[in-house]
Structures are given as C-alpha cells and as structure tokens.
Design a protein around this ligand. Structure first.
Ligand SMILES: Cc1cc2nc3c(=O)[nH]c(=O)nc-3n(C[C@H](O)[C@H](O)[C@H](O)COP(=O)(O)O)c2cc1C
Length: 325
C-alpha cells in the first residue's frame, strides 16, 4: 500500500464519509468503515456522553477504524469532550474548524487527542488553517470547497486543493465538496489529492438513517435545484429548493442583513432535522446537502459506492487520457 491517507488512517480505500450532525449516525458510520473507507460520527453538536454512547454502538457494528467529529471552537462542550473522548481509544478524531485556527489553541487539543492514541484528521476551509493544521501535527488534512454540504467554505474545492498543495508539503491532502463520481475523484488525484471526502453522496444510501423522502429529494434534484442560503447569518449552506427554501430566500431578499439574520435563523432552526426525521421535505423541512445533488442519480449501497468510486477511479487513472495536441 502506497497511499499515505490509507496508511495514516489504517483504511483500505482513501474515502472519508464527512461528519454530518445527527445524519452520520452509527449505522452509516459502521457501514462506511466496514466497506473499507472511514465512517465519521456526526458528533459535533453532541454532548460527550451522547457521543460515547454512539461510539459504543459503532463498536458493536464494526472492528474497523472510524472517526468522531469534534468542533474545534471555544464552545462550552470542548473541554469535556477533550477530556472524555481522549480516554475512549478513538481511532480518528475528525476536527472541523469553525474559525480561523490559532496555533496554540489548535496544538493544545491535537496534543490531548494524540496522547489518547487518536489520529488527527483536520478538515479546513482556507490555506491559513491548512498551514496551522500541518504545523500542529495533523495526520491528514481535508480541503473542503464551497460546493460541499454543511457550513463555511468560501473557496471552490479545486482552487483550495491547488493552493494548499503549493504550501503544505509533508501531510497527505484529501479533497471534499461536490464529489460523487469516480471521474471527479480521478481528476482530483491527478491534481495531487490522495483521497476524497463525500457527505451528500452518503446521505443517499440504503444505510443512511434519514427519511426516504430526504434521499429521494437528493436523487431528484438537478443542478439549479441546489440553492445556497443563509449568507446573512455568516453560515451559508446548500439545500434543495422547496417551499421552505423559498421562504428563507424571501427573508434574505427582503430585509437588510442584520434583520434578515435573526429572521432567517428563526425560520431555519431545526429544519434539517425535521426533513431527516419526519420526511417533511417540502413545507417545514430542509434537505440540507451539497451542490453534488446534481450528480447523484440513485440510492446506493454503501459498500458498492465505496468500491465503485475507488475501482473506477483506478481504471480511469490507468487509462489516463491525452489532450491530443
Ligand atoms: C446535512 C449535512 C450536515 C453536515 N454536518 C456537518 C457537521 O456536523 N460537521 C462537519 O464537520 N461537517 C458537516 N457537514 C459537511 C460534511 O462533513 C462534508 O464536509 C461535506 O458534506 C462534503 O461535501 P459534499 O456533501 O458535497 O460531499 C455536513 C454536511 C451535510 C450535507
């Protein structure tokens, strides 16, 4: 095995299932890890004890490595999580950055988790954070572009990856955001990525715990059905266009930013969970996703998806083409 991501994370295929709060729950995490990728528990907003309960459920379903999401923010749960999760023998801590990282703060928590035997998988949204992550000893770095689901990226995946590879030389780099096909994976490998992360593509799988309407909403959506909303709150993200999205869009369009932010947060609160749990994907629920929806045409089985991505990627790379000039 020469792939440095696989070696660092002790996995067969360099595919990470991105942490998704309350969506990437134990069944999905274990399915991805059993398929040879790295499943990651969507534990960012979970209190430490709830995360620990879910970790036990994952362990009952797989003996393969898995990841646990920790938000590296200054929030009240971080100390307790650092203390409890660092003692739980977790293979990989998946650190999502919600702010520009400062080296001292970052190193403090990397060191705590590393002392507990965990590998550090750092997901970053800008070059500055990638440099800090490498300096502080991240084992693998994921560059997440604005095409991706969830919050906070402002730079397209291909630009961020290229920029990070110009500066970060000693840590394996993965790429994330908008990826759902082996061709895209092969393209990014040609550009220097050593693996990929997918989030939305894993929501549309048999093993994903969300309501069927959520999955079929992703499959049915075309490119312009993915709308990017919430800029007024500073935490914009993609969702599939529906009645709820139109109401949110109107709030942003019809109010000055400071007023819109509060109204938007109130209207949006809990809407992802409503869609995922009740299947109301039209009126009160939001199908949170990435721009990737355009490329997802069916509900897959996790094992098939992981193998297909890597095997077809290898075939494409082996045949790799010429410009013909
Ligand atoms: C519904 C949803 C929830 C997410 N929640 C989180 C989260 O809690 N923590 C996190 O680090 N990233 C979160 N993300 C981002 C994913 O981990 C991943 O980086 C992203 O989905 C990759 O882009 P893709 O969806 O285009 O594949 C979320 C993404 C989605 C779609």
């Amino acid at each position: 095995m020469t792939n440095r991501v696989c070696k660092a994370l002790n996995i067969k295929y360099p595919i990470v299932q991105g942490a998704m709060a309350w969506n990437s729950m134990p069944e999905l995490v274990a399915a991805v890890s059993n398929a040879g990728g790295l499943g990651v528990l969507g534990s960012g907003p979970m209190p430490a004890d709830i995360a620990l309960e879910n970790i036990e459920k994952i362990r009952a379903m797989t003996d393969k490595p898995f990841g646990v999401n920790v938000f590296l923010d200054a929030g009240p749960m971080l100390e307790e999580k650092a203390e409890k999760l660092s003692k739980a023998n977790i293979p990989v801590i998946y650190i999502d950055t919600l702010n520009i990282l400062t080296p001292d703060f970052t190193k403090k928590y990397y060191d705590i988790f590393k002392a507990g035997g965990s590998k550090i998988l750092a997901k970053i949204n800008c070059l500055e954070d990638a440099i800090v992550a490498e300096q502080c000893g991240a084992d693998v770095i994921i560059c997440k572009g604005l095409e991706g689901g969830g919050h906070k990226s402002k730079i397209a995946a291909g630009i961020l990856l290229t920029e990070v590879l110009e500066h970060v030389k000693n840590t394996p780099i993965m790429v994330s955001g908008g990826i759902a096909t082996p061709k895209q994976m092969a393209g990014y490998v040609m550009m220097g990525a050593e693996g990929i992360e997918m989030g939305t593509a894993f929501i549309a799988t048999e093993e994903s715990p969300v309501h069927e309407n959520y999955k079929t909403g992703i499959v049915a959506a075309k490119d312009i059905d993915a709308v990017y909303l919430g800029d007024c709150t500073g935490e914009a993200s993609w969702q599939v266009k529906n009645q709820k999205a139109l109401r949110l869009d109107a709030i942003e369009a019809n109010n000055v930013r400071s007023v819109a932010a509060e109204l938007f947060k109130k209207e949006a609160a809990g809407s992802g969970r409503i869609a995922a749990q009740t299947g109301d994907t039209q009126i009160n629920g939001s199908i949170m996703c990435g721009a990737t929806v355009a490329l997802i045409h069916k509900i897959s089985n996790v094992d098939t998806l992981v193998r297909k991505m890597c095997e077809e990627c290898e075939e494409i790379l082996a045949k790799s083409t010429t410009l013909g000039i």
